[in-house]
Design a protein. Sequence first.
Length: 287
Amino acid sequence: MILSEKHKVPILKKTIRLQEYGVGIFKTLPTKSGLKKAIKKQLVFVNGKIASTALYIKGGEIIELFKLDNNLEKKQFIFPLEVLFEDDYLAIVYKPAGILVSGNSFATIDNALTQNLTKSTKFDTVRPRPVHRLDYPTSGLLLVGKTNSCILALNKLFENKEIQKTYHAISIGKMERNGEINLPVENKEAFTEYEVLQSVFSKRFGSLNLVKLQPKTGRKHQLRRHLFSIENPILGDQDYFIENLILKGKGLYLHASHLEFTHPFTKEKISITKELPKKFRKIFPSL
């Protein structure tokens, strides 16, 4: 292992867990999840000893971050990505359906970012990292941070609900023209607004709807669960479905189509749209 960064803890008024205190102290570990992974991989030392997630910091400690030798680092996943926006702070890329954003798998968007994006010239440049997730079967826009400070700022924008995300889906069954779904997901508040843009008759499904979705919270599988809860599941969903109304072999008809927010550093308004996939247009040719 090679020493990457070192930090001396100032005098603290009260003790705090390392995994809480350590967020943001290293430019190469801007997120809490990244710090926890480094601790579990035994890459973080406190006063010369391997740290644990249960460790409390009192003040005055020396915290060291190590990295693996280059020949042991994770290999790049060679996978060309469509880049819709990029500057020195952040990027927006298109995630195709059928690939993970991140995780233990080698074939992830996370592992493909370095070869698709230009390294930031800012002092706190880090390996580009996604700042939110899209499900494996979902296509669409993915926001990526390229510096430590930008990743922290984008996380804050998400936390404050200052990033507007719009999705489009094709749902099954008759629906009201618009509505709101306020239903907890995993015992957490979850809220979605929807608008039916078009509907077509289907012999097999009765009715298929092109639906515009705007989640106001970001829970796991929120849109899929919410539409299923009102008996209008998303076409192609293999997890949330009505018996005998499952479409197989075409994937999930859910697409992250639009991102809008104020750039945390340049303050320009970022508004990026990605057109709907071809399979959507086969059902709704007027698109």
